[in-house]
Design a protein around this ligand. Structure first.
Ligand code: GLC
Ligand code: CA
Length: 554
């Protein structure tokens, strides 16, 4: 029976490797998470999305799974995991696990077997003969999302296997009904252990076009039209829903590149029985060209993208996020140079998203305003950054300084520096040298300090989540942008059952004039939330201060 609890939920994402180290080896783990459950509860979130903790050789930090039914040694044991989920459930927090089933690790038993041409597991993966004389050219021109060709030659069988990510992440063959049953069984295994849902990794890549035709070569050389929301995508997800998701009071969220407001209805409407929600990435592309090259952030464009999701029928639940483990930090991405107003800007961003009609996600560290890190070349740990640097070094060395500049803005590593708990050694993340550089600003930006100050960003998040909880205008209300074309102000009205919320946010580090819209009538007006202590009690035309953010009830 589905209660659709996620409509009034806020979800906190944990990247376990970087969250908290419980056993002093420099790597975050499950014991570390357990030690922070009261903290997570104190935020007022309803669920945790936990990035992968399954067995993995860690080519891509757990997104390369070698055993779906067990826990990675570095993170602990299945018993630790059980203690963690019990601890969450005792506190009324649900657990969303990461489901990575477009591909496995090349160290998964299925793939090891599959290397043998006669094995019954051969067809679990996508093996093809090469092109050209002797088949020494890859079967098509697809490129990996981590740079380079998407095919790897296997000497043993003289064939190639497809990997849309690293060569240690071979793509599963979803055309094979046995693979699809395996996936359903894995989901049910975790549901029976108590999980409350799944975040489905690159799920829109599972169905590849028949015959695997060449892609249109385009920068960054990804032939994506041939595998994004492919011909059987809906069929497979519908089937998985029937075999698994629908049997539990679950919530699913797809990492769904290719699902847009135009086709979202077919993918997430409550009537279709596929996934409950999706992440879309268009709003993350506003300050990047082609998803990588830095571009100027344009607030009007950004609002237009979000608004299209808001206007979907109420049976399609949007999501909203500003950060995750693949994205740079939102400060200063969307708010420009914040100078000494980091927390004020963080509160403005929080206010802008938390009152939309959606299930919001908060990424670890976002609640204290963690920032990007000034990495040196040797500090990068992510396979994507490392591959990019190595490839450019090899084929276009003069571009190296530019690539470094791009990574300082775009690298996934920014989100993966250890969580900053205290101003003490290693930011309180670990007693040992952390696996990855701690952002040197931890002395100033950390949880301990944020706890001490009533007006910190952290406490603002708590206040905002408390105000949001159970608020039916936020959960169900219509959404209307005010001044959609403004490049400075993000303002909207929510309306439900005669009640209204007016949210107004200055995205700029400068004063901005706000003129009360003529068509907005109200007799009563109450100040509900603001990031300046002396915000005007009444909604009126006003000069908004730097990053001023206010919520009124009308
Ligand atoms: C998703 C994950 C990312 C991972 C990739 C391959 O995009 O979020 O971290 O590298 O899938 O699994
Ligand atoms: Ca550890």
């Amino acid at each position: 029976m589905k209660t659709r609890w996620y409509k009034d939920a806020v979800i906190y994402q944990i990247y376990p490797r970087s969250f908290c180290d419980g056993n002093g080896d420099g790597i975050g783990d499950i014991k570390g998470i357990i030690s922070k459950l009261d903290y997570i509860k104190s935020l007022g979130v309803d669920a945790v999305w936990l990035s992968p903790v399954y067995k993995s050789p860690n080519d891509d930090n757990g997104y390369d799974i070698s055993d779906y039914r067990d826990i990675m040694d570095e993170f602990g044991t299945l018993d630790d995991w059980k203690e963690m989920i019990d601890g969450m459930h005792d506190r009324g927090i649900r657990l969303i696990m990461d489901l990575v089933v477009n591909h496995t690790s090349d160290e998964h038993a299925w793939f090891v077997e599959s290397r043998n041409k006669d094995s019954e597991y051969r067809d679990y993966y996508i093996w093809r003969k090469g092109r050209g004389k002797n088949g020494k050219k890859p079967p098509n021109n697809w490129t990996s999302n981590f740079v380079g060709p998407a095919w790897e030659y296997d000497e043993q069988s003289g064939e190639w296997y497809l990997h849309l990510f690293s060569k240690k992440q071979p793509d599963l063959n979803w055309e094979n009904p046995k693979v699809r049953q395996e996936v359903a069984d894995i989901c049910n295994y975790w549901f029976d252990l108590g999980v409350d849902g799944f975040r489905c990794d690159v799920i829109t890549y599972i169905s590849k076009k028949d015959g695997l035709p060449n892609g249109r070569l385009k920068f960054p050389l990804i032939g994506d039209e041939n595998y994004i929301v492919g011909p059987n995508y809906h069929k497979y997800i519908h089937e998985l829903n029937e075999r698994s998701f629908s049997k539990y009071d679950s919530m699913t969220v797809g990492e769904s590149i290719g699902i847009t407001p135009d086709n979202a209805f077919e993918a997430i409407d409550e009537s279709v029985g596929e996934l409950d929600t999706v992440f879309s990435f268009d709003h993350m592309g506003v300050d990047f060209k082609l998803n990588v090259l830095p571009a100027k952030f344009n607030l009007a464009k950004y609002k237009k993208i979000l608004d299209r999701w808001q206007q979907l029928p109420k049976t399609c639940q949007p999501t909203i996020f500003l950060e995750n483990h693949d994205q740079p930090r939102c400060l200063p991405r969307f708010v420009g140079d914040y100078g000494d107003k980091r927390e004020l800007a963080g509160k403005a961003l929080a206010t802008s998203i938390l009152f939309m009609r959606s299930t919001p996600y908060i990424y670890q560290g976002q609640e204290i305003g963690m920032t990007n890190c000034a990495f040196k070349q040797e500090d990068y740990k992510d396979i994507m950054s490392v591959n990019a640097l190595n490839t450019i070094k090899k084929i276009l060395p003069p571009l190296l300084p530019y690539a470094r500049k791009v990574l300082l803005k775009r690298a996934r590593d920014h989100a993966r520096t250890p969580m900053q708990w205290t101003a003490g050694k290693n930011a309180g993340f670990s007693t040992a040298q952390p696996w990855m550089l701690v952002n040197p600003n931890y002395k100033e930006i950390n949880v301990e300090d944020s706890e001490r100050r009533g007006d910190s960003l952290l406490n603002f998040y708590r206040k905002a989540l408390k105000y949001r909880k159970g608020n039916d205008v936020v959960i169900n209300g219509d959404f209307r942008l005010i001044y959609p074309k403004s490049k400075d102000i993000f303002a909207y009205v929510r309306e439900y059952d005669g009640k209204r919320l007016f949210v107004i946010v200055n995205f700029k580090n400068k004063q901005v004039n706000f003129k009360l819209p003529k068509d907005l009538n109200f007799d009563k007006c109450e100040l509900a939330l603001s990031n300046y202590a002396d915000a005007p009690k009444k909604l009126q035309s006003m000069k908004l201060r730097e990053y001023e953010a206010i919520v009124y009830e009308l």
